[in-house]
Design a protein around this ligand. Structure first.
Ligand SMILES: Cc1cc2nc3c(=O)[nH]c(=O)nc-3n(C[C@H](O)[C@H](O)[C@H](O)COP(=O)(O)OP(=O)(O)OC[C@H]3O[C@@H](n4cnc5c(N)ncnc54)[C@H](O)[C@@H]3O)c2cc1C
Length: 427
């Protein structure tokens, strides 16, 4: 596909108050002639925005272009609170004005094609943008082929709510419309998947909603795993706070969902069929489609990387961070992703200067809130070990037998973590 174009920039391409910058972008030949290096970042979520900001702060004369189709980013962390009616969606939303004010050029388009030979990306309005280095942080897409019966149309009846926004609000409305005495089923996929503890946090907060509004109701967790992160902490909290309201059917009990029928709202598992009142189906996942188009995914559907530079093992000059990459022991979380964005920025600055990048040590912190005022956490450190990231010493998890004061403190810490990471990422 020919990527270079002189097609004039349209108004749609010139967004977020950067009309002049975008107009300049219509002439790639001019841009090639500039003296400073250009880094293009695809995806303005936790990884892409953190990386773009860190690149600009590290070296002001670099030209940093962030390409993201949505004018407003809606955060998944804390979206379970929105589903449970504890928070409004607006508290999850962040724009890109502050990044633009710091000198990052923000383009409101999706990237539709990438030409590694010409080092150029094409946006949905047909404009080609050359790059010296490309960073992909496009997050996840769903592996619909792995769950027969489930697709975008089915998600309108059986929402996944695994990308925050309209799906989050749809699941909340379905809960609100459910009669007391109903059943909410949550289908949990196997790993690797985005934020492995989040389905259990969701089960907890939905149980909190039901306990306070529809106490005869039930949460059924249909799980493709036998064990899960922070399991003892979750199960203790469930018993303490919700009695028998949450029932979990694990993999070895036949809990893995094998197909769904959206017309009858039926979930089929290895053990039997379920027709819950509300069906939250979280499908299996893989790296976002643009990663596959770029040629950086392998047979797993994820992107293998060099853990020191985050450069793709399959395509040169292209770096992949965040949920899309095969990170070894590092979790697919906003916290770890933001750390990857900054480390990747440091590696790119070194590579552009002809220096060898230093091996990063990354820290990820994961908070789970199981009820208002009741939280716990897990912190991990990760370093390159051979071809992947491995968890190294220094991690910590909340004790299982902690007093309620600690749970209350950790719930407050979770809220502070969210304010800090979103301010750090989006300004
Ligand atoms: C319910 C839930 C709760 C969670 N809670 C937590 C938590 O408490 N703590 C935590 O650390 N993590 C949490 N996570 C995980 C966290 O949301 C992800 O790990 C994080 O968002 C990954 O960042 P990313 O940059 O890889 O992807 P994203 O943040 O999803 O960003 C990807 C961006 O790329 C854009 N994009 C995609 N394709 C293209 C394209 N072709 N062109 C241009 N742009 C494109 C998308 O529009 C999107 O804005 C949670 C996740 C879920 C689902």
């Amino acid at each position: 596909m020919p990527l270079m174009t002189t097609r004039p920039v349209t108004r749609r391409n010139a967004v977020f108050g950067i009309t002049m910058a975008a107009a300049t972008l219509a002439r790639p030949s001019i841009l090639r002639a500039q003296s400073t290096a250009r880094v293009v970042v695809v995806g303005g979520g936790f990884g892409g925005a953190a990386c773009a900001r860190a690149l600009k702060r590290a070296q002001d004369n670099l030209q940093i272009i962030l390409i993201e189709p949505n004018a407003v980013f809606t955060s998944c962390p804390f979206s379970n609170e929105v589903i449970a009616g504890l928070r409004e969606i607006e508290a999850q939303q962040f724009g890109y004005d502050k990044l633009a004010a710091e000198g990052v050029t923000v383009i409101g388009q999706a990237v539709t094609a990438i030409d590694p030979a010409r080092r150029s990306v094409m946006t949905s309005d047909g404009v080609a943008l050359p790059y010296d280095r490309l960073v992909l942080s496009p997050g996840i897409d769903f592996h619909f082929e792995a769950l027969p019966g489930y697709d975008d149309a089915a998600s309108e009846k059986m929402p996944h709510a695994w990308k925050a926004g309209a799906q989050t609000l749809l699941l909340r409305r379905q809960l609100e419309a459910m009669e007391d005495g109903g059943t909410v089923a949550i289908a949990v996929p196997a790993n690797p998947s985005r934020c492995p503890p989040a389905p259990y946090e969701r089960a907890s907060l939905i149980a909190h909603y039901l306990k306070t509004r529809k106490p005869r109701s039930k949460v059924l967790v249909l799980d493709a795993k036998d064990s899960f992160s922070q399991q003892r902490l979750f199960e203790k909290a469930w018993k303490e706070l919700y009695g028998d309201m949450i029932e979990r059917i694990a993999l070895s009990q036949g809990g893995r969902v094998t197909s769904v029928d959206a017309a009858t709202k039926t979930i089929v598992t290895e053990f039997g069929n379920y027709t819950p009142d509300v069906a939250n189906v979280i499908p299996p996942q893989r790296a976002s489609r643009i990663a596959e188009i770029a040629g950086v995914t392998d047979a797993t559907g994820w992107c293998p990387i060099d853990p020191v530079t985050f450069e793709s093992k399959l395509v040169k000059n292209m770096h992949v961070i965040g949920d899309a990459c095969l990170g070894g022991g590092i979790p697919k979380s906003a916290s770890a992703t933001s750390a990857q964005g900054k480390a990747c920025a440091a590696a790119i600055v070194a590579l552009l200067a002809g220096r060898a990048p230093e091996a990063p040590r990354l820290t990820g912190v994961c908070y789970n809130t199981v009820a208002p005022g009741y939280g716990f956490s897990l912190a991990g450190n990760y370093q390159p070990r051979g071809e992947i990231f491995a968890e190294v010493e220094g991690g910590a998890t909340s004790p299982v037998d902690a007093p309620r004061e600690l749970r209350a403190r950790e719930a407050a810490d979770a809220e502070r973590w969210f304010q800090t990471i979103t301010a750090d990422t989006f300004g």
